[in-house]
Write a protein that binds this ligand. Structure first.
Ligand code: SAM
Length: 294
C-alpha cells in the first residue's frame, strides 16, 4: 500500500499480518488495512493518511533501484508505439531494475511471453524482487537470463524486441536473427550520440526499415482556482526512442528519398544512401509561394 500524508509525502509498505509501520507521528498496525477495501483513510497518531494500492507508475517511482529506470511516460510510449500486444512474444534487454519489464508484462499478459536479458546478476535479482513484489509472485509469462543479449539470444520468431542499454547497435545482428519479418525493434537511449549510432547502425544493417526517432516531454499543470498554468518544474530529459521493423529475408531496404547533407556520413554509408535519380531530390514547392491576402 502507499500511504500519503497531508503534505503529499508517500511511504510504500508491503502488508504483512502482525507487522507495524512506524513514523515519527505514531504507529499503524498492518492488520488495520489487511482484508479491507482499497482507497481508504487511516489515522496514525493525530494525522490522517490516504491509503491506496499503488498504480504501476507510483510503484516504479518508489521501488528499490539498481540501474536507472525507464520513466512511466516512456514505458507507456514504448508499449503504445512499439505495439506490444496481449499474447506477444517479446525480448527485452537490459532489465536493470525491472521497471520496463513490468509494463511489458502487463501488455503481453499471462498468455504472452517476455524473455528478459540482463548482464548483471545483482541487477537481475533486484528486478526479480521488484516484479514479484508488484505482481504478488512470479509472473507466468516472464523469464530472465543473466548474460549479454548478443551472446545469449537464440530465440526466433520474436514479435518485438525492446532494448534499454548503453550500446544497442552491438545487438543488431542478434536482434535481426530473432525477429520475425514485420517484427518491431524499439530502442531507448539517453544521449544524442547513442541515438545517432543506433539509427545509423539500423540503416547500415540492411535488414530493417527506415528508423523513426522521437522523444516525449511531459509537463504537468497546476490547476487551482484562477491559477491555471504549467508547473514550474518538470523532468526536462529522460531519453530518446527509436523504432524500426524487420524486413523479410532477402528484401533490400528501399532507397531513402532525402539527400543526406554533405559530410554527414562516412564513405560506406554515403555510397549506400547517395541519391541516384531526380526523384531522390528533396521535395520542392511546385509553384511560387503566394500569401493569402484579402
Ligand atoms: C538503464 S538499465 C535498464 C533499466 C530498465 N529498463 C528499467 O526500466 O528498470 C540498463 C541495463 O542494461 C544492462 N545491459 C547493458 N548492455 C547489455 C547487454 N548487451 N545485454 C544485457 N544487458 C545489458 C546493464 O547491466 C543495465 O542493467
Amino acid at each position: 500500500m502507499q500511504l500519503t500524508d497531508p503534505k503529499g509525502k508517500m511511504h510504500t509498505i508491503t502488508l504483512e499480518a502482525g507487522k507495524q509501520f512506524h513514523t515519527h507521528r505514531g504507529i499503524l498496525s498492518h492488520d488495520e488495512l489487511i482484508g479491507g477495501p482499497d482507497a481508504v483513510t487511516v489515522g496514525i497518531g493525530t494525522t490522517t493518511y490516504l491509503a491506496l494500492r499503488p498504480l504501476l507508475p507510483d510503484f516504479v517511482l518508489s521501488m528499490p533501484r539498481g540501474a536507472q529506470v525507464v520513466y512511466p511516460k516512456d514505458s507507456a510510449n514504448i508499449v503504445g508505439m512499439a505495439d506490444i500486444f496481449p499474447g506477444a512474444h517479446v525480448v527485452e534487454a537490459g532489465v536493470g531494475s525491472g521497471a520496463l519489464s513490468m509494463s511489458l508484462l502487463r501488455a503481453v499478459g499471462e498468455g504472452g511471453r517476455l524473455s528478459s536479458y540482463e548482464r548483471r546478476a545483482d541487477f537481475a535479482q533486484i528486478a526479480q524482487d521488484n516484479v514479484e513484489r508488484f505482481f504478488g509472485g512470479p509472473h507466468p509469462a516472464w523469464s530472465i537470463t543473466v548474460g549479454s543479449l548478443e551472446q545469449e539470444l537464440d530465440e526466433t520468431d520474436v514479435d518485438r524486441v525492446v532494448l534499454d542499454m548503453l550500446a544497442p547497435w552491438e545487438c543488431l545482428d542478434a536482434v535481426s536473427r530473432a525477429l520475425r519479418p514485420g517484427g518491431v525493434l524499439c530502442c531507448y537511449v539517453a544521449t544524442t550520440t547513442q541515438l545517432s549510432r543506433t539509427v545509423e547502425g539500423m540503416r547500415e544493417h540492411g535488414t530493417f526499415t527506415e528508423p523513426e526517432s522521437w522523444e516525449t516531454m511531459l509537463r504537468g499543470w497546476h490547476v487551482e482556482g484562477l491559477a491555471v498554468r504549467p508547473q514550474h518544474r518538470m523532468v526536462g530529459h529522460t531519453g530518446f526512442l527509436c523504432t524500426t521493423r524487420r524486413l523479410a529475408d532477402g528484401v533490400e531496404p528501399p532507397l531513402r528519398r532525402r539527400r543526406p547533407s554533405k559530410g554527414m556520413y562516412g564513405e560506406a554509408l554515403t555510397e549506400r544512401t547517395a541519391p541516384t535519380a531526380v526523384t531522390d531530390a528533396p521535395d520542392l514547392p511546385k509553384e511560387p509561394f503566394r500569401p493569402n491576402l484579402p
